[in-house]
Design a protein around this ligand. Structure first.
Ligand code: DGL
Length: 273
């Protein structure tokens, strides 16, 4: 691996752009290749076999066609289903996955009631069960996690279907419970799917302004830096890194969103694969 090779990032679709944004802020001299697998989204309700097959294929594309030096799986669902297998299959490739940020939520919550929104795939995974069990076992001051699978929400965000997003939030947020900072209320909400940070303004209507939202962009970016430093492949050149974005879905919509959500460098390339 050399310093100038890019870092590969993939998600089932546009959600991982929330992670890519944090990566580019933390590592401005690195080049990134991002694949949005929008042609196969959503992953969250499709089962492990499908998600594993797609995760393997995208990792191969990033390695074979783009020679990436590290991989960020910018998708909670794919991390839960496939990160372990990818690590075993590509042992020389440094890999950072994302998982619902329960620990930072525990540190922040005063009411000790924490909501967790994610896909069914993430919440029903063995990885999530292990995460929650080990965290609970380590706590002296117990917390309640209120877990909400949000079927259809990532798909509605993926297709930018605002009426559907609004309708789903109106269904899921009351099911989580009462939000607020008083005793017994949920004061912290974990956004356990990388698509959800893009609809935080719509979520606010239900939770109010005081509730903390926890997403994983910044910790994932810091962890990526640590891995590159440990591997001796952190890019130390003063030049800004490049950006290549690919989608397996509709190119026009993807190009528009990336322009809206990322501060794209002039040399950014956006294509369909
Ligand atoms: N953005 C993804 C996640 O973090 C996946 C959403 C989906 O495709 O269901 O889980």
């Amino acid at each position: 691996m050399t310093l100038n090779q890019p870092i590969g990032v993939f998600d089932s679709g546009i959600g991982g752009l929330s992670i890519l944004k944090a990566l580019r802020a933390e590592l401005p001299h690195e080049s990134f290749v991002y694949i949005a697998d929008s042609g196969n989204a959503p992953y969250g309700e499709k089962g492990d076999a499908f998600v594993i097959e797609r995760s393997r294929a995208l990792t191969r594309t990033l390695l074979d066609d783009h020679n990436v030096k590290a991989l960020v799986v910018a998708c909670n669902t794919a991390t839960a289903a496939a990160a372990k297998l990818i690590r075993a299959e590509f042992p020389d490739l440094p890999l950072v996955g994302v998982e619902p940020a329960l620990k930072p939520a525990v540190q922040l919550s005063k009411t000790r009631n924490i909501g967790v929104m994610a896909t069914r795939g993430t919440l029903e995974s063995a990885k999530f069960a292990a995460l929650i069990a080990s965290l609970k076992a380590s706590l002296t001051d117990p917390v309640d996690f209120i877990i909400q699978p949000c079927d259809g929400l990532a798909a509605a965000i993926e297709t930018q279907n605002t009426p559907k997003i609004i309708a789903l939030l109106a269904k899921y947020t009351p099911a989580i419970g009462e939000f607020g900072t008083k005793s017994g209320q949920i004061d912290t909400l974990v956004l356990g799917c990388t698509h959800y940070p893009f609809i935080s303004h719509l979520l606010r209507v239900h939770t109010g302004a005081a509730v903390h939202y926890i997403d994983t962009g910044e910790p994932v970016a810091r962890q990526t830096r640590r891995l590159l430093e440990a591997a001796g492949t952190l890019n130390t050149s003063p030049a800004l890194g490049g950006l290549k974005l690919f989608t397996t879905g509709d190119l026009g919509g993807f190009a528009e969103l990336t322009k809206l959500w990322l501060n794209l460098p002039e040399n950014a390339e956006i294509s369909k694969i």
